[in-house]
Write a protein that binds this ligand. Structure first.
Ligand code: SF4
Length: 106
């Protein structure tokens, strides 16, 4: 499971997220935001494929990334409250470091 899904994942997202063993090698893999995005197995923000933030969030703590992804990128209810989403929707490009809650990534 780890080999097949992780290989596919790296091919699609271009990097290996840190601290993902809890997801990649257990039944929890279906809850991984990347798995959901790649398989479209739930709501996925329409800007996700062009959103550098989705990769950006990987940097520190994968659980934090999961929490942000679920709160905005994979949330049908809250997706359009993402600050990046609002900027994209009006046709502009948000700053690379802008987080969905409006704070700046450090
Ligand atoms: S950060 Fe915002 S714009 Fe980017 S994928 Fe998530 S919800 Fe969509």
């Amino acid at each position: 499971m780890f080999v097949d899904y992780t290989r596919e994942c790296q091919y699609k997202i271009g990097f290996l997220p840190l601290d993902t063993s809890l997801y990649c090698s257990t039944e929890k893999y279906k809850q991984c935001p990347f798995y959901i995005a790649i398989n479209q197995s739930g709501h996925v923000c329409k800007y996700l494929n062009q959103c550098p933030s989705f990769e950006h969030f990987k940097a520190e703590n994968f659980d934090d990334f999961v929490s942000i992804a679920y709160k905005y990128c994979l949330s049908e209810k809250n997706n359009n409250n993402c600050k990046r989403f609002k900027i994209r929707k009006r046709g502009d490009m948000p700053a690379l470091d802008l987080m969905p809650d409006g704070s700046m990534f450090k």
